[in-house]
Design a protein around this ligand. Structure first.
Ligand code: FAD
Length: 463
């Protein structure tokens, strides 16, 4: 019997190292390809903002467009659904007589339930799922998911010793498209409730798509050799070069963690092996750890009491939350990062740690509000990386003092860039403007006593 395959792209928007695509390519006589937007994911939540905001949408749109172009170059096409996979896939399966569906395996509850609904509505096709998200395949790590350790170290050391990333899979050379299948257009921002102004005023920090991801990988490694200094530059906030910026591409699967790993190994062999190359791999292993840990705890990671069931008495002042979201708290280090997030969909790790700590420990606002806001905005939003990092900030990590950190990391230029009201201030004034009565920039929500030492140190700064 003739095998007609459907490759269902989700968060694996790439041709290289995509097991679902490779298997479908090898096993089927001809193929159709599909991506479906989930319109429901763009609705406004209880906190008043859309679950996926315009900047995230724009980055996704760019990534899908690139996938479509890449498929077309080798004889494929991409059918794009604008409402839901539950509507589009069963209809396509019936229309084209699809016998087999190939897709990446999901693990988060919402996505798993979506996949199950599609399977239930598509009785005639056989579904095949492939694990593709992590550096180490989930079947190769030395732990059952139910026994993933509670500390990263207890995971990292045995995983690094006993697991090896699997070989990456080549991209298909020439696709055999099912007769009559045609690519569709990316739907407009209007379908998802965005205004022209909202859509046009946001600028994802990097452009989406597999081509851009591979170019970035080449740039960060062999072209610029920035990787050699990564260990020492990674804590900065401003610009494209202090860290890899692989996260947006990993989040949508425009690149696989294994492809990055292979490039790092090639770099170590040809250019340099040092603490930086080891550290980048270490970060990818963190990402794996959070994925597996999120799988272990399931929906418990989304609760305000966390998976540890620890109750905290939040104050949850809506006005303070609004000021945090808008970047108008009056604390320049926090505001600059929040404004950068709002416009570009990206924030450095240093910024994320500080903004999360300030929200949770100073403003005493429920960490799940902050995690939801990040979910709405981040172009690198990833269920497990976002919610597990927030969980850690709320329950496990020491307080981070944003005034001290702005001085330690010499954030003056970064602040002047993102807060134009402060652009004329001196290096001292720009970190603690409330001490110098600056017009046009809000007074801080509160200046805490615990910041006194950091404030006096800045006042005595000589630069
Ligand atoms: P690099 O420093 O170049 O690191 C390389 C890669 O390692 C990253 O692309 C990422 O995939 C991985 N990585 C690095 N740090 C972490 C980490 N702490 N946790 C998990 N993976 C890591 N990362 C996301 O990818 N998506 C998120 O939704 C997300 N939300 C976060 C929320 C909070 C509150 C915090 C504190 C961190 C969050 N992170 C998230 C982790 C981290 O901030 C970003 O991965 C990193 O800033 C991305 O920039 P980069 O690619 O240049 O990172």
């Amino acid at each position: 019997m003739k095998k007609r395959g459907l490759v269902w792209f989700k968060n694996d928007l790439r041709l290289l190292d995509n097991e679902a695509l490779s298997k479908a390519y090898k096993e089927c006589d001809d193929l159709i390809f599909c991506y479906c937007y989930e319109k429901e994911w763009y609705r406004r939540g209880e906190l008043g903002f859309q679950n996926i905001d315009a900047v995230r949408f724009k980055f996704l749109q760019q990534s899908i467009l690139n996938l479509k172009n890449n498929l077309e170059e080798i004889g494929g096409h991409l059918i794009i659904g604008a409402i839901s996979a539950v509507d589009t896939l069963p209809a396509l399966i019936a229309e084209y007589g699809v016998t087999d569906v190939y897709a990446e395996e999901e693990y988060a509850s919402y996505e798993v339930s979506l996949v199950n609904k599609v399977i239930d509505a598509s009785a005639d096709a056989k579904f095949h799922f492939f694990w593709g998200k992590t550096l180490y395949h989930k079947d190769d790590i030395p732990f059952k998911i139910s026994k993933i350790p509670l500390t990263s170290k207890a995971y990292r050391i045995p995983a690094g010793r006993e697991a090896e990333p699997r070989e990456i899979l080549d991209k298909p050379i020439k696709l055999k498209s099912a007769l009559g299948a045609k690519s569709s257009k990316n739907p407009s921002y209007r379908n998802f409730g965005f205004t022209k102004q909202e859509y046009e005023s946001c600028h994802p920090l990097v452009k989406g798509g597999e081509a851009e991801a591979l170019e970035r990988l080449e740039y960060y490694t062999f072209k610029s050799e920035l990787l050699t200094g990564y260990r020492w530059s990674r804590n900065q906030s401003d610009g494209l070069d202090y860290s890899s910026k692989f996260s947006p591409y990993l989040a949508l699967g425009c690149i696989s963690a294994r492809a990055i790993y292979d490039q790092v190994k090639a770099y170590e062999a040809k250019i340099k092996k040092n603490q930086s190359t080891l550290w980048l791999v270490f970060e990818l292993v963190w990402r794996d750890y959070f994925t597996f840990k999120a799988m272990r705890f399931g929906n418990l990671i989304f609760r305000s009491v966390g998976y540890k069931n620890k109750k905290i008495d939040w104050e949850n002042n809506p006005e303070k939350f609004k000021r945090w979201c808008q970047g108008t708290t009056g604390i320049p280090f926090v505001d600059a990062h929040m404004r950068q997030l709002n416009q570009t969909g990206y924030m450095s790790n240093r910024g994320r740690v500080n903004c999360a700590s300030y929200l949770v420990h100073d403003l005493k606002i429920d960490w799940t509000w902050g995690a939801s806001y990040f979910e709405s905005k981040l172009i690198d939003y990833d269920v497990s990386s976002n919610w597990m990092n927030w969980h850690m900030q709320a329950f496990e990590i020491w307080y981070t003092n944003p005034v001290h950190q702005s001085n330690k990391y010499k954030a003056q230029d970064f602040i002047r860039k993102w807060i134009p009201e402060l652009s004329d201030l001196s290096n001292r004034e720009v970190l603690i403007p409330w001490e110098f009565k600056v017009a046009k920039y809000p007074d801080p929500i509160e200046v805490y006593k615990k910041w006194s030492r950091a404030i006096s140190l800045i006042k005595t700064n000589t630069v």
